[in-house]
Ligand binder design. Sequence first.
Ligand SMILES: O=P(O)(O)OC[C@H]1O[C@@](CO)(OP(=O)(O)O)[C@@H](O)[C@@H]1O
Length: 446
Amino acid sequence: MSPYTVSNVQDLRICVVMVGLPARGKSFISQKIVRYLSWLLIKAKCFNVGSYRRETTQQPNADFFDANNKEGLKIRQLAVTNAITDMMDWFNKENGVVAILDATNTTRERRNWVLKLCRQNRIEPMFLESWCDDQDLILRNIAEVKTTSPDYVGVEPEVATKDFLNRIKKYEKIYEPLDETYDQDLTFAKLINIAQQVIANKIQSYLESRIVFYVMNLHIKPRCIYLSRHGESIYNLEKKIGGDSSLSPRGLKYAEKLPELVKQDAGDVDLTVWTSTLIRTQETAQYLPYKQLQWKALDELDAGVCDGMTYEEIEKEFPEDFRARDENKYEYRYRGGESYRDVVIRLEPIIMELERQENILIITHQAVLRCIYAYFMNVPQEESPWVAIPLHTLIKLEPRAYGTKVTLIKADIPAVSTYKEKGTSQVGEDDKSTNIKTRNLLMTSL
Ligand SMILES: O=P(O)(O)OC[C@H]1O[C@@](CO)(OP(=O)(O)O)[C@@H](O)[C@@H]1O
């Protein structure tokens, strides 16, 4: 069940119809919405018309996109029809909730056609336009995304850029942006230069307003997000979970080394450090020469009655709970405590704020980091509680247009492993297992 299963939301099916010229970040926004909603367990999928078109036409030049090119028009119409057919199938057969139709949809004629199809199928259409006249932004987008697009494989970057600018011109000739007066009856949001200004019109449901609020927080400036667990704690050494213990001597060494580790990678970039309110993260952050903020929402998953116990003790004292957690770790809620799902819900404001910010270093806990990592790396929620987040390792995330690049920076200070495999109450003895898990972690990168 999704956290938004309020009765009037249950039957809601939304099609977010993207609108805008090429290179306005539509695919980036579409992917982000899907990732955000999937992280909240709301079934979402993006239907990219470009990839349907590429099934028949590969590497077309700009003339293919001319409104007078009859053959081109036919192929493009077929692509959008196929995308919509698949989308309707997905809504009906897979109980989809939010679909994103990622295409230019630049003319009123096309939008009216999509609108009619949605209404016939009891799907709420919400138009989302990315309108942008910031030339730097457009050129950066062309450089990052379009020259690496399948349409330009093997084409010199300068040739690709020139052709792409030409393609944009073809679309500009027929472009009819959403208009506050003309389109006043439609549900739409219009983003001007990403989030410099946002116009929202007739946003009807809670879910639509969540989507609009989310996209309002997005920016595409290059930045890094560093993630780290606290240094090894006394409780980690004693194999106990939860609590509020101090760092072990090796954990303190990590805290001492962390400023150097960050500086080596980030240089003189200005960072803000976010920690939880627990002693072990505060101690880990104590030598960092940056502004620091504490968030209660970053505290470790609350283990309720099991707080302060080892996994072996939990298995003995609460065998049924122990098994139930292994069977469905994402949903299992500790007696008097939390589940991973609970943690995700309390982390939502953190994710919103993270999207708004530039360079951030987050020092928090194993379970919390798994949830944040899952959001950026698109890890399915049922797998996220099993992702290995080793101690004494800085994880660098670099959000890009189509995914997130991840780099692990190891401090080379030994630590226990706190990773518990499914079906056992044992955790690894030293950081050898950490190395194995490190490889798993890299593989989950997009
Ligand atoms: O969900 P699992 O795999 O139990 O991991 C979460 C556990 O990780 C721990 C360590 O075992 O995190 P932390 O080191 O941040 O204290 C526990 O406190 C917490 O309960």
